[in-house]
Design a protein around this ligand. Structure first.
Ligand code: HEM
Length: 146
């Protein structure tokens, strides 16, 4: 991820703080509409009462806020990976989630979501996916070896 992209991600934080829950709600609605096969993976009551949206919004903001200090996110990332393994998240599902996350950011930020902003967030998502995917792979391998 380029320094310039990190700056862009950080500069969008105030707007994301205002629209965070709106973004994640849009994200789930659009993604699960296009990919109903993913629906059963997500806890239905958490989705209905907005808990899921708040958790994901919180994770996105924490990540963006600490983009220069990823070490601080260590235990949070580990917790996310463990939740993912519990519901059998697969590496090939990451591009789907990434696509709808960016679409949601775009829809909610409107004109503020310039191509540079979307590209910067794409890079940020890819960076986090590159941490989570190998971590989850290791957890699946450890579970299989048990
Ligand atoms: C960089 C990408 C991702 C981030 C930052 C992220 C973040 C999170 C967070 C913060 C949680 C809540 C963990 C907890 O409270 O313990 C979570 C849970 C979950 N994530 Fe992800 N996630 C990502 C990618 C994915 C992908 C690719 C999938 C595949 C469909 C996925 C599916 C889920 C599911 C099913 C849960 C559990 C939800 C529930 O219990 O209702 N996530 N994720």
């Amino acid at each position: 991820m380029l320094d310039q992209q990190k700056k862009i991600v950080q500069s969008t934080l105030p707007a994301l703080k205002v629209h965070g829950e709106e973004i994640t709600r849009y994200f789930y609605q659009e993604m699960l509409g296009a990919h109903p096969e993913l629906r059963s993976m997500f806890n239905a009551s958490d989705q209905a009462d907005g808990t899921q949206a708040k958790r994901l919004a919180g994770a996105i903001l924490a990540y963006a806020g600490n983009i220069d200090r990823l070490d601080l996110l260590g235990s949070a990332v580990n917790q996310i990976a463990r939740s993912h393994v519990r519901v059998h998240v697969q590496a090939d599902q990451y591009p789907i989630v990434g696509k709808y996350l960016l679409l949601a950011i775009k829809a909610v930020l409107g004109d503020a979501a310039t191509p540079e902003v979307i590209e910067a967030w794409g890079a940020a998502y890819a960076q986090l996916a590159d941490i989570l995917i190998p971590m989850e792979k290791g957890m699946y391998a450890a579970a299989a070896a048990d």
